[in-house]
Design a protein around this ligand. Structure first.
Ligand SMILES: [Zn+2]
Ligand SMILES: [Zn+2]
Length: 291
């Protein structure tokens, strides 16, 4: 897997690359702007070109932009819908300018709106965003924690978007903490097998571009979005082991959005890497099949 963390770029692209390099990341995720604002600034082509070069020199092959949290594609308020589309288009343009492979977005909330009507509205905005997408950029939709009116809490609903939009540059990102909060019991081999079986049926594994690897202390189906250190929450080491063991996921990206500082990032990355290393041991005689 291509493994890395969400990196802050508040102090500049160079510092962000330095940080990710120190942690030996092969993938990173960034915000292109303040994730809690509708305002965007002019696209700095030169800085983005330099970022692209630095990134490749550091061996960070995969990069995702996480679109702002304010985005709500399912809203019936035209101001929110238009503002969301603008933010999404901006991040797609930044990705194009910076040779960044993916833009990851939340879908938002239907609020009091009829779900079918909201779904159609969200599809229209996504279609508009996809019209201007750069050739090498993929737009990815992230699953939500599935509370009441939230959009994208189930694999079935994400699959509906993939089928309705039917666009080659549309993918899905599965956040493990959100999946758990939405009721998917991915804390064991069996649970992960069921989850991925359903993901394959509803979405297609080839459409799943990335994972957000986060543990969580929220109870199963608790519908709350709280991230915790890998292996120290309810998903636990067994859940992540089962995920990294799957050969179909070997070429996928895994970004950690776990809390804390550098030491925490390092510890969380080491936990994932040790699980990946154990998965890469050849299955020789004497190795249990379920290893
Ligand atoms: Zn997210
Ligand atoms: Zn996430």
């Amino acid at each position: 897997m291509w493994i890395g963390v969400h990196v802050r770029i508040g102090t500049g692209y160079a510092k962000a690359i330095e940080y990710a390099k120190r942690l030996q990341c092969t993938a990173i995720q960034i915000f292109s702007t303040n994730p809690r604002s509708y305002r965007t600034s002019a696209i700095d082509e030169a800085a983005l070109a330099a970022f692209r070069t630095m990134r490749h020199e550091a061996g960070i092959e995969k990069c995702l932009i996480h679109a702002p949290y304010l985005i709500n594609l399912a809203s019936d308020d035209p101001k929110i819908a238009n503002g969301s589309l603008n933010l999404l288009k901006y991040d797609l343009a930044v990705a194009k300018a910076g040779g960044i492979d993916y833009v990851n977005t939340h879908l938002g909330s239907y609020g009091k709106r009829d779900r079918n009507e909201g779904f159609v509205g969200a599809c229209r905005l996504l279609e508009a965003a996809l019209e201007e997408i750069g050739r090498n950029v993929t737009l990815i939709l992230e699953n939500s924690a599935g509370a009441g009116s939230l959009c994208g809490g189930t694999l079935a609903e994400l699959g509906r978007f993939v089928k309705a939009l039917d666009h080659p540059q549309l993918g899905i990102c599965l956040d493990t903490a959100h999946a758990w909060a939405a009721g998917y019991q991915i804390d064991s081999q069996r649970g992960v097998d069921d989850f991925l079986y359903e993901a394959a049926e509803q979405i297609g594994l080839d459409r799943i571009a990335a994972f957000h690897f986060n543990d969580t202390e929220v109870p199963l189906g608790g519908n709350r979005d709280r991230h915790h250190h890998i292996g120290e929450g309810n998903i636990g080491v067994e859940g992540f082991r089962a995920l990294v063991l799957r050969p179909e996921l070997r070429e996928k990206i895994a970004i950690l959005e776990t809390p804390g500082e550098e030491a925490d990032d390092l510890r969380n990355l080491q936990t994932i890497r040790s699980l990946v290393a154990s998965a890469e041991v050849p299955q020789s005689a004497g190795t249990p099949a379920s290893w």
